[in-house]
Write a protein that binds this ligand. Sequence first.
Ligand code: UDP
Length: 247
Amino acid sequence: MGTASDIKLINEDGLRLDGRSADELRPMKIETDVLARADGSAYIEWGGNKILVAVYGPREAFPKHTQDIDKAVVKARYNMAAFSVDERKRPGPDRRSMEISKVISEALSSAVMVNQFPRAEIDVYIEVLQADAGTRIAGLTASSVALAAAGIPMKDMVVGCTAGKVEGQVVLDLSKEEDNFGQADLPMAVLPKSGNVVLLQMDGDLSVEEFEKASSMILEATKKIHKIQRDALAGKYKAIALERSGE
Ligand code: UDP
């Protein structure tokens, strides 16, 4: 068994433990409409992450004191299943999941046309079934697909990715080992049309140059991720059209 300091995260050829180059994403797939009772749903597999998202609403916000007379409130709840990680995760909310729920709610509120639904709430349930680093970003990316699948009007999708620093190098889309033993982790999410940043967090240290490199790597990757989101939604509407043409 190696210790953290024995593990070589990048080899002489510049390849990472899973064979990826510095700016390569882990494999990703997104499906919509995986849950019958939700107004919209999505399932994402991104590297070893497996996450389900269910969207309900807009519906009257409850309890009433959570209502905003001017706009809808987006209530995202990020939850990690007890079996989603190596060491059993104690069920229920904790500081980490509350923080993640908050930043995801805020990011989604920037994309949804909340002014169209005063006093309403839009519930976004994010269930992490298997976690492998980058779950907040994977959950957020799948949430915007689930919101679109629910037919909720949005200015744009929310697309996220992480980058970080591993053995002194800036790399895209950290794996679990890189997240654990790396020097920095930078999750970021944008609205692709405007380029507005709606989530930005950082763990560890990056110089200004490293930060710029990491963020431009992320922005490049969000183009690919946005296409996967669009393809997932196009698949949904293609299936509806086929169903109708068969009537
Ligand atoms: N993790 C874990 N147990 C926990 C919380 C996190 O094993 O209670 C793992 C999990 O694989 C997660 C990773 O640590 O994806 C990184 O967690 P972080 O808080 O950085 O959030 P994330 O990268 O998932 O958004």
